[in-house]
Design a protein around this ligand. Sequence first.
Ligand code: ARG
Length: 466
Amino acid sequence: MATKKLWGGRFQEQAAAWVDAFGASISFDQLMAEEDIEGSLAHVKMLQKTGIVPVDDCDQIIAGLEGIQQDLEKGQIKFDVENEDIHMNIESILTDRIGPVAGKLHTARSRNDQVATDFHLYLKKRLPKVIDEITTVQKTLIDLAEKNVETIMPGYTHLQHAQPISYGHYLMAYYQMFKRDKERFAFNEVHTDISPLGAAALAGTTFPIDRQMTAKTLGFSKVYANSLDAVSDRDFALEFLSNSSILMMHLSRFCEELSMWVSHEFQYLELSDAYTTGSSIMPQKKNPDMAELIRGKSGRVYGHLMGLLATMKSLPLAYNKDLQEDKEGVFDTVKTLLPALKVFNGMLSTITVKADNMKQATENDFSNATELADYLATKGVPFREAHGIVGQLVLKGIQTHQNLQDMSLAELQAASPKIEADVYHDLKSEVAVERRHSEGGTGFDQVRKQIEQAKRDLSESGDKSD
Ligand code: ARG
């Protein structure tokens, strides 16, 4: 038998329990219990200060809410599906504790601005954690890059050996992606740091509320300028899902390469036992499960972005119950992202780099072909012509099973008389990497420069947050 609803005045019939259960959100929005109480405390303090609700009544409400807050921390609060969502659960618990005066809390407020406030607060608290975890990963990348400036590996295009690069350079490419991720989340913070409280149902209120006061109490920098926008906007959540999707995509790309590079065919890297698993049947197996799972989990985060975009599409202003679907994807994304970053960082900081294997892979291929073309170009051969000459030599090498550096000077000179004995120096992969001094290139000096700049960036952003 369903109990009377907080909003039940105009209803004569009651919904069946299973219909109520369909409409309820308490199973998941209880995650915002802390934020809901914070929002209510800010609201009632404002009602008190503005004289909208008598001081004594407000004192009782404040004491009641603080009591619930403490019990919540102790895990002593039980929620119930008949009270539909977190907002009505807290209000009903408050009513049980302090009686009908609890009913004054909802003066000049609607669940529409209440839920939006809770959701903003929820995300506002979590965004710095995401940014911090990304910074941790960036630091690990810098450490590893610093140790591997002169580690030579094949650089790929089309998954084919292209030109040799520094492994440190490769790692710093990911540093840059994570830098952009952080910038996106920082912008996301700006759009999350706005208070919807006081928009009421959709149109504002006739009570002389003070929105600046509630915003300040809750730590918001400003208030929504338009009450319809305040209760309808979920852009901040979409931005979070979109930023998270891009971040997961970065993690996933790295994990994909990691999974390949620990395989028998590559053996460029080895993962610590602590981040791998064995097989129940094949005793030799050491599977990069964690890397695969991070790659796999990017799918669910993309799904949450698509889900909320689809929910929002065509939603008329202002509040519609569809908006209740905004939360689970965001909660799950937070639950996915933070551990994914943590595991990723653990994996990265315990990785073994098999530098010899990486280098060897650049010596048994034609990834120094560009070097030879460049060599000829510096000797005055037009680059296009040089490209053709080297192409012929590569073809010959394929047919005779030898690499460019294995060919005799006579063989090389047969292709171009401009080639001299100093060519063998240029054909070394470490020389090919070391000499790429162009800005942002893989030359050792350039990689070191990137690392130094990255360290400065991180210490500057650290200073700002102090
Ligand atoms: N549980 C609802 C949600 O998550 C709270 C807002 C309900 N507002 C309303 N007018 N029914 O969206």
